[in-house]
Design a protein around this ligand. Structure first.
Ligand code: CA
Length: 246
């Protein structure tokens, strides 16, 4: 059974511990407080003081535990929220990435798609020569590194898709298997220079800025630009930009 005096002493201590009472114990304001133990006790001052010391110690421990409880609850809730939100955070950089290409004014939405990497054909290439997939990967890595230095290969004062396409063309190992392509579609304001590479006897268009913009899951134009890219507007512009190739 809880001692009534103890309950009063503890309540008194808790109120001061939690800031609900701003007076020191046994101050003159205590006489009007219902939780003042001397209203109920005939014990000596020494006994009452000892009881209050114990009560204040208990109140301190209780407050600490309550605080720990709040923190534990907060950590659990934060963990649960993180559990649900983290997949979205982890997916977002490569699922949808908005990048402004200065050459076309617009902010474009990149869409993640799987890289059509054919391991069987890769093996056959390894037997004969370096595969186009490997060459593309290496060249995109080089172009990404060079673009970070903001080169201006055509002297127009800008670093944009022209510089990227020229650099990709310049560093692609097989010169007759790469082109510089222009796509100028006035209905969508799409005006972009990029590259085409020969893969398995077919030409595929490729975004030379893919790696530079953190897109490592795909580099094909159709995957990256989606509906805004209409390949029927593609034009081989290699001859026009050849003079910038070193
Ligand atoms: Ca330039």
């Amino acid at each position: 059974m809880i001692d009534g005096l103890w309950q009063v002493a503890l309540e008194c201590a808790l109120k001061r511990q939690n800031g609900k009472c701003r007076y020191m114990f046994d101050s003159m304001q205590c006489s009007s407080c219902r939780w003042y133990i001397k209203h109920y006790s005939t014990e000596s001052n020494a006994s009452i003081n000892l009881r209050m010391i114990r009560a204040e110690t208990s109140a301190s421990v209780m407050s600490h535990n309550i605080s720990l409880g709040y923190w534990s609850m907060f950590i659990i809730i934060a963990f649960i929220v993180l559990l649900f939100v983290s997949p979205m955070i982890l997916d977002s950089p490569f699922d949808i990435k908005q990048i402004a290409f200065s050459h076309i004014k617009d902010v474009i939405t990149f869409v993640k798609q799987e890289l059509p990497y054919n391991t069987i054909k890769e093996a056959s290439y390894n037997a004969k020569q370096e595969s186009p997939y490997k060459m593309i990967d290496n060249t995109l890595t080089i172009v990404a590194r060079l673009l970070r230095a903001k080169p201006d290969v055509n002297g127009d004062g800008l670093t944009n898709c022209i510089d990227a396409a020229v650099l990709f063309y310049q560093h692609y190992p097989v010169r007759n298997e790469v082109k510089m392509m222009l796509n100028n579609n006035r209905s969508t304001d799409f005006n972009h220079l990029f590259n085409a590479v020969l893969v398995d006897d077919n030409w595929y268009t490729i975004e030379p800025q893919a790696y530079f913009n953190g897109l490592y899951t795909t580099y094909w134009m159709t995957n990256i630009w989606g509906k805004v890219y209409d390949s029927s507007f593609d034009r081989d512009d290699t001859q026009k930009y050849l003079k910038y190739v070193k």
